[in-house]
Write a protein that binds this ligand. Structure first.
Ligand SMILES: [Zn+2]
Length: 89
């Protein structure tokens, strides 16, 4: 009897990562200091936490990052606005 299971991640890739380590690539720039990384091999995701260390990208961290990104872009636009008003005055 044959059983077919659909798996998202390739078990061979996971095996490879366990031996040779993950091949992380920056997948998202949240702020200047916070980035999200994805393993090219097994698609495991990491992020920079508050201590500047790498940690697994859990749904909780995804939420934190989206808030950080929002604040970061908001602050950036405010600085630009300030620059415009000072140059205009
Ligand atoms: Zn990996």
């Amino acid at each position: 009897m044959k059983t077919s299971t659909i798996t998202k991640t390739n078990p061979v890739s996971k095996f490879y990562c366990n031996i040779f380590g993950h091949q992380y690539d920056v997948s998202k720039l949240v702020t200047k200091h916070v980035k999200e990384y994805t393993c090219k091999c097994c698609k495991k995701q990491l992020t920079t936490n508050g201590n500047g260390r790498l940690t697994e990208l859990t749904p909780k961290f995804q939420e934190i990052n989206s808030i950080l990104e929002y604040i970061h872009t908001k602050r950036k636009s405010r600085v630009e606005q300030k620059m415009y008003t000072t140059t205009a005055a």
